[in-house]
Design a protein around this ligand. Sequence first.
Ligand code: BES
Ligand code: MN
Ligand code: ZN
Length: 502
Amino acid sequence: MEVRVQRGAIQDISSELIVVNLFKGVSEPTGATGVVDRALGGAIRELIAVGDLTGEEGQTALLYPRGAIPARRVLVVGLGERERFGLETVRRVSAEVVRTVARLGVRDYHSIVHGAGAAGLDAEYAAQAVAEGTVLGNYRYRGYRTQDGQDKTVDTLTLVEFSADALPVVERGARRGQIVAESACLARDLANEPANRLTPAGLAKFAKSIAEEVGLACDVLGEKEMESLGMGALLGVARGSEEPAQFIVLEHGAVEEGRELDTVVIVGKGITFDSGGISLKDREGMERMKYDMSGAAVALATARAAALLHLPLHVVALIPATENLPGGRAYKPGDVLTTLSGQTIEVISTDAEGRLILADALAYAERYRPKAIVDLATLTGGCIVALGHVASGLMGNDAELLAALKAAAARSGEKVWELPLFDEYKEQIKSDVADVKNSGGREASAIVGGLFLSRFVGDCPWAHLDIAGTAWADKEQGYLAKGATGWGVRLLAEWLQSRVGS
Ligand code: BES
Ligand code: MN
Ligand code: ZN
């Protein structure tokens, strides 16, 4: 969908539907809501007086002006308590609005920028949050149902800004929000896609087409090249699958007007299906494991966003992609793999495959001499036990990088929580036959996963995001649809922007 911006007063707009808002506990609306209320002869005050509108967060009330103003409908949305109001509220409320509008069958509507007025949010961030919440809330996975009709969605939201001074920043925020949220929707689509329809080769093909579309460089290494490079861990995981592994490299801003830009590398786990391999998973919920390439989807989508935002930064996305299946040639517990870094790994569980493919990708990242490496992976069930679906586990070796990611998390609304990489946990992955083993059992498994990865990043600043819990939503909630969430695109886009001071 498209988010536009126009200058004007909301009560003068000729539209199928206009949106204004109300804080909880307000009986005399002010600002745009007050103006519309007076134009409607106090109809909004009446709704409040009879108790049908309280301003509860996400509550909506629909009014029909019948010629009193040019708009056909007025939708009032509750913003909740003023003290608890913030950008996250704006995103949630905007998603609620777009779903309500879609249900009405209205395809184009106009809205004020929630929070930019009396609530005092920065107008640019507020506009970005409205755009994000709207685009994310309007998202539907199309899927493969041939019988039922598709859910209704909205085509265009036009933000109406009264102040000429604020107009440029509202435009900038809206544009950013649309790019970032659409990229997140793309990541959702990829992670929702069934594994028979999105194989490693399919992912590579998709990466190439996106690269073509937005102007990214794209290179895909096949198994022969991985072999000659020495990516024994990625190739080891791939042995059980008939589908050839792919190592996808996407680059934005490699050469910008002859300037040398700082390089950051984003690595995404790309297991297009995780059966566990010989250490086969329980059958319960295994269908979910098509989303084990969520990290890859986010890395790809973030590169897309970086290109469309024209960030003055060299952003490299690295995606090791393979299936993890059992088979006559599959890798086995007890096998020893030699990684690109030269380090050897004893395989304890073929179900701890994510860290294996990431080991080779992280070692490959070193070649770019990056200022920072961030990896995203649906790495451990243990991270879901620790943090549920609310926050991703954050680990890393560089306090400054971790602080920057936490700050970006707070602004983007994608929550992270740091887990400690204490040396004591390393005991769990000491091997008798190789440099390290790939599983340390159930205890602190998210942390042990992080410590395993830390061995492959040398001394480059690095952070690891375990998104096992956040990448998937069991039910629709706020701006999240049921299914893949695209978690991480907004956080990373915000972090990249903060690095270039925009
Ligand atoms: N992809 C899984 C982690 C996962 C589990 C993500 C459930 C989302 C939901 C990963 O490859 C895995 O199997 N991890 C193992 C690691 C263990 C063997 C050390 C796990 O968490 O059990
Ligand atoms: Mn696994
Ligand atoms: Zn996995």
